[in-house]
Ligand binder design. Structure first.
Ligand code: WQD
Length: 339
């Protein structure tokens, strides 16, 4: 089997590439390294002993995408990660997000719909907005997004669903990630944000190692047990495995509908303060933090109902929050050695 991974040098893309290579799948990886690092290829090789076929390529370049499918005529499936993902940045620079995330998806779809190459789309729980019911189910009505980033995921899902209806033979799975954290157990790949991390766990580990003086806890008076926001933090290795199970389900034609949606999470909600406490208990490293103002656009609580993916794909998260935080800390120490 040969799989094209877009954004293959990114956080989730690189972990999925490792599992694909380990399961004997041939991987073509494309990335514009706008928000990733070429040396991630060395990490993938160090873990698997193999490298994907890598093409430096931007999905916004339509001709290059068409040439890619002329060159690789035996692609059995596509896993599409390539997108910008910083909620705050998308509010400041919406056109950058719509052009990249939607423009790139449209160029990809124009190639794969006609060829009936099945697609897995990296979506996000952010499409739900602040759900009134928890845990969140796939049929929970979507709310207007609080950011252009969230809209690119909502619009992206709609474009793919409409394409599946219009193109007989074209199938897709939309994976709605909750909060991916942690790193490969080897610490040879992990979350590698450029600049100041937007997400909690990389900011937390950079604070713990001394790169940052203080972690700000955004909001401490929410209507939650300890006043801080609740999220469903899933180990990136569990999330990566969900892509492997999905691609086999998609290609083996077990999939009945042409477009299926799955939440991918642990099903457990954890607060920001609980994450900090669990990290400190796990690593014996203290994390200096300050209760601060809420962050614009944050939802109060979000965690997944994962019965659908459990039942239909037989997938279930295996790693604990403790293991995910330990792996994030090990990776931060590895990065520190390199700097
Ligand atoms: C988690 C919690 C913050 C930083 C977003 C996207 C989602 C996915 C993951 C791409 C929130 C709090 C954070 C900090 C803090 N993106 N926090 N101090 O916003 O739930 O999800 O990133 O795949 O699609 O929506 O993740 O890690 O930014 O925040 O207190 O320095 O941590 O307020 O409650 P989020 P996050």
């Amino acid at each position: 089997m040969k799989i094209l991974v877009t954004g293959g040098l990114g956080y989730i893309g690189s972990h999925v590439t490792v599992l694909l290579l380990e399961s004997g799948v041939e991987v073509v990886s494309i990335d514009n390294i706008d928000n990733s690092h070429i040396e991630v290829l060395d990490g993938i090789k160090a873990i698997t002993g193999k490298k994907p076929v890598f093409e430096l390529l931007d999905l916004k370049d339509k001709d290059k995408i068409q040439d890619l499918f002329k060159k690789h005529t035996d692609i059995d499936g596509v896993i599409h990660f390539a997108a910008y993902k910083a909620v705050g940045e998308s509010v400041e620079n919406p056109l950058k997000y719509y052009k990249n995330n939607i423009g790139g998806l449209l160029n990809l779809l124009e190639s794969i719909c006609e060829l009936s190459i099945p697609l897995i789309f990296s979506s996000s729980c952010t499409v739900y907005g602040q759900s009134s019911k928890l845990p969140i189910k796939e049929n929970t009505p979507l709310k207007p997004s609080s950011s252009p980033y969230g809209y690119t995921k909502q619009i992206g899902e709609q474009i793919i669903e409409d394409s599946c209806k219009a193109h007989l033979g074209f199938k897709a799975i939309l994976l709605r990630y909750f909060n991916p954290i942690g790193a490969h157990p080897s610490s040879k790949i992990g979350e590698y944000p450029k600049g100041t991390p937007q997400n909690l766990v990389p900011f937390l580990t950079q604070t713990a190692i001394g790169k940052r003086p203080l972690l700000k806890v955004f909001g401490s008076n929410y209507n939650t047990p300890d006043g801080t926001c609740i999220r469903d933090y899933i180990h990136v290795m569990d999330l990566a495995q969900a892509h492997i199970d999905s691609i086999y389900y998609l290609i083996s034609s077990s999939q009945k509908l042409t477009c299926e949606i799955f939440n991918v999470g642990t099903g457990q909600g954890v607060s920001v303060l609980e994450v900090i406490k669990e990290f400190e208990n796990t690593t014996s490293k203290s994390v200096p933090y300050k209760l601060s103002d809420p962050r614009k656009g944050d939802t109060v609580a979000a965690y997944a109902d994962v019965k659908k993916i459990n039942n239909q794909l037989g997938w279930k998260a295996k790693f604990s929050l403790k293991e995910a935080l330990q792996s994030a800390w090990n990776w931060e120490k590895e990065l520190d050695k390199k700097s």
